[in-house]
Design a protein. Structure first.
Length: 202
């Protein structure tokens, strides 16, 4: 009886840990993640006269943020950028906000969080980024990557980039079943392994 209670408690703890861990910000790349990093390029300094627009399709039921790879050219920036999430079909602005360039790390992904958009699996959006005060030497850039089969148009003002997408990931704060199951299996395996070792050395 005591052993069965112990196993039930252990199973409950494993499930609870997996449940908590599975509530994650799931990041899904818009770009082809198999592309070698040596093929990454950038959009040049995003000064006040430039507007970047990236189409993308959300592959999760919830959209709660965007993670985008940026660079500062090693400069300490004081400029600010305005971002928007538009409905690609209607052009309606669904979310908007400010990106403080001083918070961006050189060559790293920067995550923009906003109030989540629900029931949006398969919905097409447009991410826009522009600045009113960025000047040469005080402007960030964003990376672009050769795209795979993704239907995602990239524009810089009137220039099209038909073979590229931004190094951009959608962020979905949600319960992820795949993560939940994987964590359960890992913890169960670890628990069984510890029991076997204990019995072997006792």
């Amino acid at each position: 009886m005591k052993k069965s209670v112990k196993y039930i408690i252990a199973a409950a703890v494993i499930v609870i840990i997996a449940f908590l861990y599975a509530h994650v910000g799931k990041k899904v790349p818009v770009y082809d993640k198999s592309v070698d990093s040596s093929l990454y390029g950038n959009m040049g300094e995003l000064t006040a006269d430039l507007l970047v627009q990236q189409e993308f399709t959300c592959k999760k039921p919830v959209l709660s943020g965007i993670s985008i790879m940026c660079a500062t050219y090693g400069n300490t920036l004081t400029s600010t950028y305005q971002y928007q999430i538009l409905d690609a079909e209607s052009g309606e602005t669904l979310r908007s906000g400010i990106l403080d360039a001083s918070l961006v790390a050189n060559g790293k992904y920067y995550t923009i969080k906003f109030d989540e958009i629900r029931d949006c699996r398969g919905q097409k959006f447009i991410f826009t980024l522009c600045s009113q005060d960025a000047a040469s030497g005080n402007a960030l850039t964003v990376y672009n990557v050769p795209k795979g089969g993704e239907d995602a148009e990239l524009h810089l003002n009137s220039d099209d980039f038909p073979n590229n997408t931004l190094a951009l990931r959608t962020v979905s704060d949600m319960f992820d079943v795949e993560t939940f199951v994987s964590v359960i299996f890992c913890l169960a395996y670890l628990y069984i392994f510890i029991i076997i070792l204990y019995k072997f050395f006792s």
